[in-house]
Write a protein that binds this ligand. Structure first.
Ligand code: AMP
Length: 416
């Protein structure tokens, strides 16, 4: 069969890599792909958000299955368009993707259905938000309502910082229109875990847990990023917490989706805070997380295309999805300056995958005149499994030591 993967980051490289291991797949296309993906799939120069262009391509090339990586096309309704045209596509429709597309909507959804989450209020005016800020106590969390590439969240330690944050998001519009509304939230204390689950419109099957390292610098210093590394399983996700999360969060969410008539076929990501009162949802994502995908898929032993098909057909219950008991770790090699300003176009050396234990996924790269150049803030993601976190870490850092580009930066404490 022919598969089209939509997107061009580390997550999509990991997806293409896993799909390429399926016996049923003859040909993989990726739109737009990147410098690494093009070594294992045919890259097509169509941006991920050009839904009509992708539809035309899928028709012309008789694509049997389309897998959507990023949230942008999902919120634009790519799944609705493909389904209406009779094409098989993996991902939620626009209604399902709203769980990620609007924080205000997803918070309201959680409250309506008793899914545990932080107390919050949505504001349409900066003045009102500033007036009400005291009631949350400090620290307080200020979130731009719309999509902001994982960066639209500010944790304000004091009232002064909170007022500045509201000005920054709502008046200075630093996240653009995503900040037309803000969600102000109670600060939750605890350790985080990311749980991705496959949904087939009837049931949810959680994948193995993961933990994302969001801050730019070692020791969780610096700014929030799209993610600097990950480990699977999540360090604090004990068996007891798992049971609690599956009952109070995941199962409840499946019932809530049914109650609201949302026919969700795809991956739903639960960003959890493991608080003293139990797991609470920080956010939903309507797709595979990045970089969580780069660790979780390292542990998947079942053919991923069979899983995608089962999700589309409502047949997940018939599958027995197998996972490796090993630990997986990934570390992101980022451009110096990221998540602030950074320069693109530096040549990368030592990135080739030659069958070593660790795998190099490309996040922001492109090929030019046979050279691979940096083309984004997060450039490469090196992933490995091991019998322990320590052994997985050692494979990853050993592999990273052979990669180089100007101003390359990575965290040295992932998985500790
Ligand atoms: P989000 O984009 O909503 O996942 O938020 C990004 C990060 O901000 C999360 O992974 C947390 O580390 C942090 N965060 C978000 N909401 C809260 C909250 N209510 N309490 C504490 N930390 C939060």
């Amino acid at each position: 069969m022919k598969v089209l993967v939509v997107g061009g980051g580390g997550r999509e490289h990991a997806l293409v890599w896993k799909i390429s291991q399926s016996k049923n797949v003859d040909k993989i296309y990726c739109a737009p792909g990147n410098g690494g993906i093009r070594q294992i799939a045919e890259c097509v120069d169509i941006p991920a958000e050009n839904v009509e262009g992708l539809l035309e391509f899928a028709f012309e090339n008789k694509i049997d299955l389309t897998v959507v990586g990023p949230e942008g096309p999902l919120t634009l309704g790519i799944v609705d368009r493909f389904r209406a045209a009779g094409l098989r596509v993996f991902g939620p429709d626009a209604k399902g993707a709203m769980l990620e597309g609007s924080k205000a909507y997803s918070k309201d959804f959680m409250i309506r259905h008793g899914i545990p989450t932080a107390k919050y209020e949505t504001f349409h005016e900066a003045g009102k938000a500033k007036e009400m800020i005291d009631q949350f106590g400090f620290p307080v969390v200020i979130k731009a309502d719309g999509l902001a590439a994982g960066k639209g969240v500010i944790i304000a330690g004091t009232k002064e910082e909170a007022l500045e944050a509201i000005t920054y998001v709502m008046e200075d519009k630093k996240f653009g229109e995503a900040g037309a509304r803000v969600v102000v939230e109670e600060f939750l204390e605890g350790k985080e875990a990311s749980i991705l689950a496959f949904l087939d419109g009837k049931i949810a099957i959680p994948m193995v847990s993961a933990q994302d390292y969001k801050r730019a610098l070692d020791g969780d210093g610096g700014l929030n990023t799209g993610g600097m590394g990950a480990i699977s399983p999540a360090i604090h996700y004990s068996e007891e917490v798992r049971k609690q999360a599956e009952e109070t969060v995941i199962q409840k969410t499946v019932e809530a989706l049914k109650a609201e008539g949302i026919d969700y076929h795809g991956v739903l990501y639960f960003g959890l805070m493991l608080t003293k009162q139990g797991p609470k949802v920080i956010e939903f994502n309507a797709r595979f997380g990045d970089p969580e995908t780069e660790v979780v898929l390292m542990r998947l032993e079942t053919d991923i295309v069979r899983i995608f098909n089962a999700c589309i057909d409502g047949k997940l219950g018939e599958l027995d999805i197998k996972w490796s008991p090993k630990t997986a770790v990934c570390v992101v090699a980022a451009a110096g300056g990221y998540p602030g300003e950074f320069v693109k176009g530096h040549e990368i050396t030592g990135y080739e995958n030659k069958g070593e234990h660790a795998v190099v996924f490309h996040a922001g790269t492109k090929m030019e005149n046979k050279a691979i150049l940096t083309n984004g803030g997060r450039v490469l993601v090196v992933s490995s499994t091991g019998d322990s976190a320590e052994s997985a870490r050692s494979y990853v850092y050993e592999r990273l030591s052979k990669i180089s580009f100007t101003n390359m930066h990575f965290r040295k404490d992932i998985g500790i």
